[in-house]
Ligand binder design. Structure first.
Ligand code: ZN
Ligand code: ZN
Length: 428
């Protein structure tokens, strides 16, 4: 994928969005962007360096709480734009920058920083240089877009009538860095918080938005099956926990396929299984681990009970014992504030092009620790279309996933439109 030198597709390049209300006509102030084309030109001017930054970040993925190189690189980028950076959040690798004037009104924009434990198979010339580490969730793109938007906003800070807080958060994947950052005060005095996540099922150029519950809660379960170890030649003298585990996995799959009986959508996925070390030994234990995704606490409680009962009943039939444990560090459902969705929709459609925002009719069953931000302050997660224009787009967390550089300009446009829209609203 080559960077798109034109960036955003602009329906009406010379069109200046109408000022919101008669009052604004009587007041003179500096506009952040005088027109759509003014904003697009600002984006086009930095797009090549944003693409390079994205690819540089892609080459250096770091997993949760280890984002030291990444934090240094982002801090350098923000400092270069004249933004004062506070570091040391979330165990050391989180950082926050601010630009703008009127601190009575603060809008927070968040990008996540971590990669995944995946061996990259994209074949691109800027592929990960670190074995079994990969930016397979597009957080490299998120950081590059927020750095790009931050640089533009810092250069036009005198036109801002609010403060924009840029939050770079580690450990979104399994680490719940978002909860820690919120506990450490990154949302103090913030009126609204937003994040952008690349979304490969949404067309390039569009921004998906789901009002209300938009993403699922996630629970992580560990099922330990204890049988009775023995010689592989004489399985009747023991209880093979691997055989029991195979039945439990099938039982959980049946449960997942009939999840409608849980009175709400639920996804149950086994992602890990381990039992035994040698071909001729029946082991004592086998461990199954996986995730449960739900959209309501009622469904969540029912599904947790059902998983435990399924495993226990099957193990009983074999004469094995089982212990089912759910991690305490569960992700909560993510709630997009409807009024904030409305404001974001108007701002982005006015800033980029009418009907840029795509109304999503169903929540995603994926989870996000941005939910913790939205529990504290109103705001929304926005899904940025990163679909390839040719061929099948690999899904998130695939070893073939690569953030689409053609989406960088649209993402920066969404950030800038959001700030412009909110800045105006506060001024009025
Ligand atoms: Zn992810
Ligand atoms: Zn992600």
């Amino acid at each position: 994928m080559q960077p798109n030198p034109k960036g955003i597709v602009c329906a009406s390049p010379g069109y200046a969005p109408a000022l919101p209300g008669a009052l604004s006509l009587r007041r003179s102030y500096i506009m952040l962007f005088s027109s759509r084309s003014d904003m697009f030109e600002a984006i086009e001017a930095i797009l090549p360096e944003t693409v390079l930054l994205r690819r540089e970040l892609h080459r250096h993925p770091e997993i949760r709480f280890q984002e030291r190189w990444t934090a240094n690189r982002i801090a350098a980028e923000l400092s270069r734009a004249g933004i004062v950076v506070k570091r040391g959040y979330c165990g050391g690798t989180g950082l926050v920058g601010e630009t703008g004037g009127d601190s009575a009104h603060i809008i927070a924009l968040r990008a996540d920083m971590d990669g995944l434990e995946i061996q990259e198979e994209t074949g691109v010339d800027y592929a990960s240089e670190i074995p079994k580490r990969m930016h397979a969730c597009g957080h490299d793109g998120h950081m590059a877009m927020l750095c790009g938007a931050a640089g533009i906003l810092a250069r036009r800070a005198e036109a801002l009538d609010c403060t924009v807080r840029f939050i770079f958060q580690p450990a979104e994947e399994l680490g719940m860095g978002g909860r820690t950052m919120v506990e450490e005060g990154v949302l103090d005095n913030v009126e609204a918080a937003f994040c952008l996540h690349g979304w490969p099922s949404i067309a390039l150029g569009r921004v998906g938005l789901k009002s209300g519950v938009a993403m699922a809660a996630a629970d992580w379960f560990h099922i330990t099956i204890r049988g009775r170890g023995c010689h592989g030649a004489d399985p009747g003298s023991g209880v093979n926990p691997i055989v029991v585990a195979a039945q439990v996995v099938t039982g959980l799959q049946t449960l997942a396929d009939t999840a409608s009986e849980l009175d709400g959508p639920a996804v149950i996925s086994v992602g890990h299984i381990h039992g035994g070390e040698a071909k001729n030994i029946i082991p004592e234990t086998t461990v199954i681990a996986g995730s449960l995704r739900t959209l309501s606490s009622e469904t969540r409680d029912r599904a947790r009970d059902a998983i435990e009962h399924t495993a226990t009943n099957i193990a009983d039939n074999f004469g094995a014992t089982v212990s089912t444990v759910f991690d305490e560090r569960a992700y909560m459902p993510l709630y997009n504030d409807p009024a904030m969705c409305d404001r974001a929709r108007r701002a982005i459609n006015a800033g980029i092009a009418e009907e840029t925002v795509l109304e999503m009719d169903a929540p995603s069953m994926a989870s996000e620790d941005f939910a913790y931000y939205l529990q504290r302050v109103p705001g929304a997660i926005l899904w940025l279309g990163t679909q390839w224009t040719d061929g099948d787009t690999p899904p998130l967390h695939s070893p073939r996933y690569d953030f689409n550089d053609d989406a960088l300009a649209v993402g920066m446009g969404a950030w800038l439109s959001l700030v412009q829209g909110f800045s105006r609203q506060w001024r009025l």
